[in-house]
Design a protein around this ligand. Structure first.
Ligand SMILES: [Zn+2]
Length: 192
């Protein structure tokens, strides 16, 4: 393929106040409750996402509003939210919850794996090829290092047969993931 695709990656913070969980205790001086009414709590939704090409402020706002619309139903008495949207990177891979993803532009499996390794190297992440070797400890000791959520363990990388059936070991495939969900979304994932 040649060349690195640098896609814009945004971090979206949605800050709001909601009711506390009645069965949880909160530290009296915690920032999350300080100065609020008795049963209220500060909370924040956090979403990192990557776009295929540059997006306008309006598109970003619409995207953030959609996240809020889908999330607020599950929240107890949420206040009007405050949005903070920031361009955080231009890269080929975006971090999800214990996976990374990129757009499917027709790469072969070996091109995908090579691109992901190169990405981690650009981020200063060393790779750990065999199980049990504590490379992760070295990375996590450096506070400024990129949080790879386990991707530094090369042996962890895998795909999933079909995410409908979960991330269980019997559903694992060799990386990268090209399951029906990835296909439908036009992305490629690497779980770790
Ligand atoms: Zn998939």
């Amino acid at each position: 393929m040649g060349g690195i695709n640098k896609y814009p990656i945004y971090e979206i913070l949605i800050k709001f106040v909601r009711d506390r969980n009645p069965d949880r205790n909160y530290e009296k001086d915690s920032w999350s409750i300080k100065g609020l009414r008795k049963n209220r709590l500060r909370d924040v939704l956090h979403k990192r996402t990557m776009f295929r090409s540059d997006v306008s402020d309006d598109e970003l706002n619409d995207f953030a509003q959609l996240i809020w619309k889908n999330s607020r139903k599950q929240l107890p008495n949420p206040s009007k939210p405050k949005f903070e949207i920031q361009l955080v990177d231009r890269e080929e891979w975006c971090l999800g919850w214990f996976f990374h993803w990129t757009f499917d532009v027709g790469q072969s499996d070996s091109e995908v794996l090579e691109s992901f390794e190169n990405f981690l190297h650009r981020k200063g992440v060393g790779l750990n090829y065999s199980y049990g070797y504590p490379a992760y400890e070295y990375s996590s000791r450096n506070k400024d290092s990129y949080c790879a959520m386990g991707a530094e363990d090369r042996w962890r990388w895998h795909g999933i047969k079909d995410t409908k059936f979960g991330n269980d070991s019997e559903n694992k495939t060799p990386p990268p993931c090209r399951c029906p969900v990835c296909k439908e979304q036009g992305v490629i994932r690497i779980f770790h």
